[in-house]
Design a protein around this ligand. Structure first.
Ligand code: HEM
Length: 408
């Protein structure tokens, strides 16, 4: 990967630098530059769309659609999000499945958190977001399948994009590349396609569910079959971002036990804890935008478009913006202005920002509150170190995600 360094982002305002490549990817983690950009009309960048299309085949979901389709579908989806009063129970059941207790007297148990969380959150999303009853063949498949979370490194994504390898004519080159160097990516795409089919074949939609609403939209021709399937796949993709965030939160809680007591005594504090986790460990390491003509949501044709990428980790750990940026200090969010300006954006910005923000924040907060409460029958064992913050992948997970726990 060292050979890719000449292509690497080199600080605020720098662009991928080789002139014979597409040279319009600006990277900036300067809040003032981001604020200035946010005043111009923009939509999701084609680079991000190209990366996301590759990520578990979400090639036809809302994420890669134009603004008007995204706005329309988000409005229809909103009432199907779990309500605030339902989330404590969802969180409690989730934690029960993530940390099952062995027979009494059994000592400490440990597990690889990310894999367990992706699987369990996917079941949670099917049950509570898509709102379907999962039948045994699908449940068995989810339980026995491995969910690796390694995608191509972001630097490489940038280079491949600059070389226009995302275009369909050059697709075979990408496939060859993945076959040679990124087998897990290929494997995960197969899993994703299989899951998409199995969700159609082995679930029963609950009344007024998001699944049946999507099926009606498909039947009435308002969305295509591919878009219907794309939305099913986006449940799996959301499970990955949620698993990354919840995993980091649990690992931080295990590494900083004094906060377990604090959240036990003051459950409202869990929210600040989660904000700090998302500052230091944002699941999406970068996302990006592209200018559009005023009043339009259509990408400009050709290569004249200027794509603007926000490297979130750099923004969240900039010492000119944050005091002691590398210190884990949730109390910083008690300050009323802590998030003011464009300096904290784990869920993106503008009209294409994450519609799952409120649900995700609540689910993670409630999960931590439950783990720290007297009702919970397990205790997390102390971890020696804070998690190491993943790598330069689209969705990043902690490197060492082993977590230990025991009965109280
Ligand atoms: C902690 C967990 C999550 C994080 C950190 C996260 C973060 C993000 C980010 C950074 C974006 C891109 C925003 C932009 O381009 O400005 C995004 C988009 C999106 N997220 Fe999330 N997300 C999370 C969970 C979820 C969940 C649970 C759902 C499902 C309900 C979801 C649904 C979406 C959708 C549909 C979009 C695309 C929106 C559009 O295209 O307009 N996310 N998310």
């Amino acid at each position: 990967m060292g050979k890719l360094n000449p292509f690497k982002w080199q600080g605020s305002g720098k662009v991928y630098s080789l002139p014979w490549l597409k040279n319009r990817l600006e990277y900036s983690s300067d809040p003032q530059r981001i604020a200035a950009y946010a005043k111009t009309p923009f939509t999701r960048s084609r680079f991000v769309m190209a990366m996301i299309s590759e990520f578990h085949l979400s090639r036809n979901s809302i994420v890669v659609s134009d603004d008007s389709h995204a706005m329309w579908l988000k409005r229809i989806a909103r009432p199907h999000m779990p309500t605030d009063d339902a989330i404590p129970l969802i969180a409690r059941e989730l934690m029960g499945r993530v940390f099952p207790l062995a027979a009494p007297g059994h000592g400490e148990q440990s597990l690889q958190l990310s894999d367990r969380l992706i699987r369990e959150l996917y079941r949670t999303m099917l049950d509570n977001m898509l709102k379907v009853t999962v039948l045994k063949p699908l449940d068995d498949y989810i339980m026995r399948t491995r969910f690796p979370h390694r995608s191509r490194p972001l630097v490489l994504e940038g280079v491949m994009y600059s070389m226009r390898l995302h275009q369909s004519l050059l697709r075979p080159v990408c496939l060859l590349f993945d076959g040679l160097f990124f087998r897990e990516v290929r494997y995960m795409k197969r899993v994703s396609a299989k899951l998409e089919q199995m969700v159609c074949d082995f679930t029963i939609p609950k009344p007024n569910s998001w699944f049946s609403t999507l099926a009606e939209l498909k039947a009435s021709g308002k969305i295509t079959r591919a878009q219907f399937r794309g939305e099913i796949t986006s449940m799996l993709v959301s499970s990955f971002s949620l698993a990354s965030a919840l995993g980091s939160a649990l690992l931080c809680l295990a590494a900083r036990p004094r906060y377990q007591q604090k959240i036990h005594d003051d459950p409202a504090f869990a929210r600040y804890f989660v904000m700090e986790v998302l500052r230091l460990y944002p699941p999406f390491r970068q996302f990006g935008y592209e200018q559009v003509p005023e009043g339009s949501d259509k990408h400009l044709s050709g290569s004249i478009a200027h794509e603007f990428m926000v490297p979130v980790v750099e923004l969240h750990r900039d010492s000119s913006i944050w005091k002691d940026p590398d210190k884990f200090y949730p109390e910083r969010f008690l300050e009323p202005d802590a998030m003011k300006g464009f300096k904290y954006m784990p869920f993106g910005m503008g009209k294409r920002s994450c519609p799952g923000r409120s649900f995700s924040m609540s689910l993670i907060t409630q999960s931590l509150r439950f783990i720290c409460s007297d009702e919970c029958n397990i205790r997390l064992a102390k971890r020696g170190a804070m998690p190491k913050g993943g790598s330069g992948r689209l969705v990043s997970f902690a490197y060492d995600d082993t977590i230990a726990y025991q009965a109280k």
